[in-house]
Design a protein around this ligand. Structure first.
Ligand SMILES: Nc1ncnc2c1ncn2[C@@H]1O[C@H](COP(=O)(O)OP(=O)(O)O)[C@@H](O)[C@H]1O
Ligand SMILES: [Mg+2]
Length: 371
């Protein structure tokens, strides 16, 4: 095994730190070393094994009517990051979250959250997690402050401690001005912020956010993104975010898993997943809907062009070199009697990653349901 200089330095610092020779937080120089040492400390359990904030192995969940919502769902999430669980509607995201939140039991498989087994130690799991379900848990007939106070009391907070935590959260989510209004008078964005605040009252280690921005307008969505980014960045909370917005996962997550039909089909940093796709995405708008077979036949024999797919008037393909591929593609389409309205060449997106692994686009999966 070969060690890089950086790794050796880290190990030396870690050993010195463990032996009490110095406190890693007080080392003056080389800030990266301190960061890495601290990360090593949080990622390692007492037995020296890697500990994950969330560790899921082969979950299966079937609903009546033989709907296999989870079908061997496996996942490992490092502590302190935003992890994006991405998939079209019906992929099984909410089912997975409900099991991790101890609200539902799997047919088989295991899941640990913050080191605790969700079926064996549900109480311990609940004390460590915050849940923001897809459907709002806000009481519309109570004020913002009352909603938070009730949630705090449910978690055993009382008196000054409760009041201070509620004020802190109202301030943090820019709800202080509206704290005494009934929640039903809140805008969609404010209700969602209140939902997130409710999930944070008892300072959880792991926060589950199920579709936090679905139904929000673009401005409220951008504000919510800022709030979510701060959770992992400033508070060190592990956030498991589910979304069917590819852009959202791409922007916020250090790591993503793409789900389809109850299992993970691709996992990694958004950058790595995209860089695994060679070449560029070609997006062509056709003058009118064309048959997939006709278009494929016309394009697939072109050198360096692959993964041709047509949905209505939208044609997508992958090309080793986007710019040089466009003229022959246009010529071949012309010859096949398929007129083109517009062409775009783009770097790969997570949608392309999904297409590669699931065999259809997000839009197709959402229209057709995922099973
Ligand atoms: N309580 C339920 N009873 C029966 N089927 C369900 C139930 N909840 C979800 N499903 C089905 O399980 C599949 C996965 O759903 P869900 O976990 O909600 O996916 P997602 O959150 O990714 O949209 C879908 O086919 C859905 O219709
Ligand atoms: Mg859902």
């Amino acid at each position: 095994m070969e060690w890089s200089g950086e790794e050796i330095a880290v190990v030396v610092l870690a050993v010195l730190g463990a032996a009490g020779v110095f406190n890693p937080r007080q080392v003056p120089a080389a800030p990266w070393r301190i960061e890495v040492v601290l990360e090593l400390k949080t990622d390692m359990g007492e037995d020296g094994k890697m500990t994950y904030a969330i560790e899921v192995c082969e979950l299966v969940k079937t609903y009546p009517g033989k709907i296999r919502a989870l079908d061997g769902f496996t996942l490992a999430v490092k502590p302190g990051i935003i992890f994006g669980l991405l998939g079209p509607n019906g992929a099984g995201k909410s089912t997975a979250i409900r099991i991790l939140n101890t609200l539902s039991r799997p047919d088989s498989g295991t899941a640990l959250v913050d080191g605790m087994d969700v079926t064996r130690k549900p109480g311990a799991v609940r004390a460590r997690i915050g849940c923001v379900p897809q459907k709002s848990g806000v009481d519309p007939e109570a004020t913002g402050r009352e909603n938070l106070e009730l949630q705090g009391r449910l978690h055993g907070l009382r008196g000054r401690e409760l009041a201070a935590r509620v004020d802190e959260l109202l301030e943090r989510f820019s709800l202080a001005q509206s704290a005494n209004r009934l929640a039903r008078t809140f805008s969609g964005g404010m209700q969602r912020k209140l939902d997130v605040a409710l999930g944070l009252v008892h300072r959880p280690h792991v926060l589950f956010l199920d579709e936090p921005t679905t139904g929000l307008d673009p401005e409220a969505r951008a504000a919510m993104w800022d709030d979510i980014a701060k959770l992992a960045g400033e508070d060190g909370i592990t956030v498991l975010l589910t979304t069917h917005y590819l852009e959202e996962a791409d922007r916020l997550s250090a790591c993503v898993a793409i789900m389809d039909r109850g299992r993970v089909v691709a996992e990694g940093t958004p950058e790595r997943l995209k860089s695994e796709l060679r070449g560029d995405a070609i997006q062509i708008e056709l003058m009118r809907a064309a048959q997939d077979g006709v278009v494929r036949a016309a394009l697939e024999r072109l050198d360096g062009v692959s993964e041709v797919a047509v949905e209505g008037r939208a044609l997508r393909a992958r090309a080793d070199h986007g710019a040089t591929a466009v003229p022959p593609i246009l010529a071949a389409l012309e010859l096949a009697g398929v007129p083109v309205a517009a062409v775009r060449v783009a770097r790969p997106t997570l949608d392309d990653v999904y297409l590669r692994h699931a065999g259809r686009t997000f839009a197709q999966a959402e229209l057709g349901g995922s099973r």
